[in-house]
Design a protein around this ligand. Structure first.
Ligand SMILES: *Cc1c(COP(=O)(O)O)cnc(C)c1O
Length: 382
């Protein structure tokens, strides 16, 4: 392996926050409201407009956004929610936090997305919602999922943590879901370190989410600053998930370069495909026709049971890699809680045993892409 040791350290991810974000945060610090206020409202307008939706609500994480969406739609104890085992654990733990049971449905072999054709077989009288995850940035078949949901009277809550910029057959994230949840976690396409948002076209759902994200209180600190103190009420049992002005200040300038950064990642994906094509034991998820891929994570599939040794080899060469994801039903908690066994969701398991994510972010030096490609070439031919 020493043969592929490189002089350069190749980072898995680097954010591009800088002067513009510092100036934006300085403006908030110069004002009186650090918590949820006008800056959050401005970000929410920008984000909702970008997606073409009526409402966006800033929260502290996508996990919180999913949790609140489930609560706001009345989903809890005794209910089942269908989702995918090929995702980050939060898609399922948010369902558990709401008191409901996650029910996994296997994924499509070509895309690793929730397989809509298998959903109906998993619906019972306790099912209340479907949580599709637009994995890596490629949207699920939302038309099919919406149709199934309507036929069975179910809600659709999109986990769009990977998919701000995506589109499929003219449908965008947030368009067909009752609520759609986004993440602004440290490595996401839009980031403030930790943060999230829920998007919806439903006015009364948006009002409920607004109450639920801040203790179920009828007034906020910004209201008190603007209007003076008036007694407030608590009308619902809420949570503490409100986004603050500092997070929003970090996010607003990034809205201006969302498309530009997407184009850079799209070009970068093309470069990787070009350099990696034809290598033995190497494939990748297919981008379907009609899809604009949001290009959040760049994933390859290593065959022949060699994934873990390739992960080791790349790391020894100073290249940052991550696995997104091992099938989550086989993690200890889910096995212990529900008795899942290897073989329960075979497509997700085989993808989970093959998948590997490469360094991928808008400003990555082309030299780093060459280093990664050369190292993979060497390791795969070994
Ligand atoms: C990052 C991520 C989440 C969780 O987002 P947080 O903002 O960290 O809570 C949920 N689902 C998927 C698919 C993710 O990648």
């Amino acid at each position: 392996m020493t043969n592929v040791k490189t002089a350069v350290k190749v980072d898995f991810f680097r954010h591009d926050l800088g002067e513009r974000e510092l100036r934006s945060v300085a403006q908030v610090l110069a004002g009186p409201i650090l918590t949820t206020g006008d800056t959050v409202a401005e970000f929410e307008r920008r984000f909702a407009d970008y997606l073409g939706r009526r409402h966006a609500l800033g929260v502290t994480s996508c996990t919180g956004a999913l949790h609140l969406s489930l609560l706001a739609l009345g989903i809890g104890a005794g209910h089942e929610v269908i989702t995918t085992p090929m995702t980050f654990i939060a898609s399922a733990t948010a369902i558990l936090e709401a008191g409901a049971k996650p029910v996994f449905v296997d994924v499509e072999p070509q895309t690793a997305n929730l397989d809509a054709s298998r959903i109906e077989a998993a619906i019972t009288e306790r099912t209340r919602a479907i949580v599709p995850v637009h994995l890596y940035g490629q949207m699920c078949d939302m038309r099919a999922i919406r149709e199934i949901a309507d036929r069975h009277g179910l809600y659709v809550i999109e986990d769009a943590a990977h998919c701000i910029e995506g589109e499929r057959d003219g449908i965008r994230p947030g368009q067909l879901g009752d609520a759609s949840c986004f993440s602004f976690y440290a490595t996401k396409n839009l980031t403030c370190g930790e943060g999230g948002a829920v998007v919806t076209d439903n006015d009364s759902l948006a009002e409920k989410l607004r109450l639920l994200r801040l203790h179920g209180m009828t007034k906020t600190a910004a209201d008190r600053f603007r209007e003076g103190y008036h007694h407030w009420d608590m009308v619902l049992l809420g949570w503490k998930y409100n986004m603050d002005n500092i997070q929003a200040a970090l996010l607003i300038p990034q809205m201006d370069r969302l498309e530009e950064n997407w184009r850079k990642r799209e070009a970068l994906a093309g470069l990787y495909y070009e350099k990696l094509s034809g290598l033995p034991n190497l494939s990748w998820p297919r981008s379907l026709p009609g899809v604009r891929h949001a290009r959040h994570i760049f994933t390859i599939w290593i065959g022949g049971g060699r994934r873990d040794s390739i992960v080791r080899g790349l790391q020894e060469a100073g290249i940052g890699v991550v696995v997104n994801y091992r099938a989550i039903h086989l993690l200890t908690y889910f096995r212990d809680s529900y008795g899942f066994q290897p073989g329960d969701f075979p497509v997700a398991e085989s993808i989970g045993n093959a998948t590997l994510s490469l360094p991928f972010y808008p400003g990555i030096p082309e030299e780093h892409v060459n280093i990664v490609a050369e190292a993979l070439k060497y390791l795969l031919k070994e």
